[in-house]
Design a protein around this ligand. Structure first.
Ligand SMILES: [Fe+2]
Ligand SMILES: [Fe+2]
Length: 260
């Protein structure tokens, strides 16, 4: 409820009224900005799968299910704003967009983890990485002087930061409820973490290299994603190492007792 109230009061924005579309000029056209916008749009476009799969997982919990629907609404504007940007600025045609949509939606996204708690960990990480991508894109837009992309990225990045924050708070509650189990889940998700576009987007490798130029790298992942996450939820790397040892010991006890 707190998340929803804050979103309604402070974070609502309109694709039509809050983006300074009229300020765009031909000289702002930049192939890297456009390719990144198209890549991020691709990731945002798996929304039907994100909403459907997530909702199925959380439908028994009123709070989680309602959060998820509101989250989906916010995400839907990200895709809309990016799509509008590419078409309105003439950097992509309607026809190209439709081809892109067909390619993107010919595949579907599947839940990377099967429990709500693991999905909280995934959400906390994924939303923060996404926030980082938009932050990088915004910096490039400022450098190029494009006021439209700058504002789009500011609005989207603010949403993504709020999403990551929500999942981090959910994790704090999980730790209070079951610390060893939550630590094991954090470990599991970290070991298997992949961004949603990795196996789905066309030319992901090339696209990532372009995106790397806008600020997402291994170093920034540790510095800007993992370290603040650990700090916020009150855990350390040592806690995770202990959790790993405990898991290994548990496994060998099970294997030992099975072979006896
Ligand atoms: Fe988004
Ligand atoms: Fe998000």
């Amino acid at each position: 409820m707190e998340f929803f109230e804050l979103a309604e009061r402070k974070r609502r924005w309109s694709v039509f009224d809050d983006i300074p579309w009229e300020k765009w000029e031909e000289r702002f056209a930049d192939p890297v900005l456009a390719t990144c916008a198209e890549t991020f749009l691709g990731v945002e476009m798996y929304l039907p799968d994100y909403v459907a799969e997530g909702l199925n997982l959380t439908r028994d919990s009123f709070g989680q299910a309602w959060f998820h629907v509101n989250w989906g609404y916010e995400e839907s504007k990200h895709g809309l704003a990016l799509r509008e940007y590419l078409v309105r600025t003439g950097q992509r045609s309607e026809e190209q967009m439709r081809d892109y949509e067909r390619t993107i939606l010919s595949k579907s996204w599947e839940l990377p983890f099967r429990t709500p708690r693991r999905m909280f960990v995934y959400g906390a990480l994924q939303e923060k990485v996404t926030w980082m991508s938009y932050r990088g894109q915004r910096e490039r837009a400022i450098a190029v002087g494009d006021p439209v992309m700058t504002e789009i990225c500011r609005l989207i990045a603010r949403d993504e930061a709020a999403h990551s924050d929500f999942y981090q708070k959910a994790l704090i509650a999980c730790i209070q409820e079951d610390e060893p189990g939550t630590l094991r889940d954090i470990l599991h998700v970290l070991e298997n973490f992949r961004m949603p576009g990795e196996e789905l987007l066309p030319d992901y490798e090339t696209r990532t290299q372009v995106a790397m130029g806008t600020g997402v790298s291994r170093e920034t992942f540790f510095r800007d994603v993992l370290a603040p996450l650990f700090k916020k939820i009150g855990i350390t790397r040592k806690d995770l190492i202990r959790a790993r040892h405990a898991t290994v010991e548990q496994r060998s006890t099970i294997v030992g007792s099975e072979s006896r």
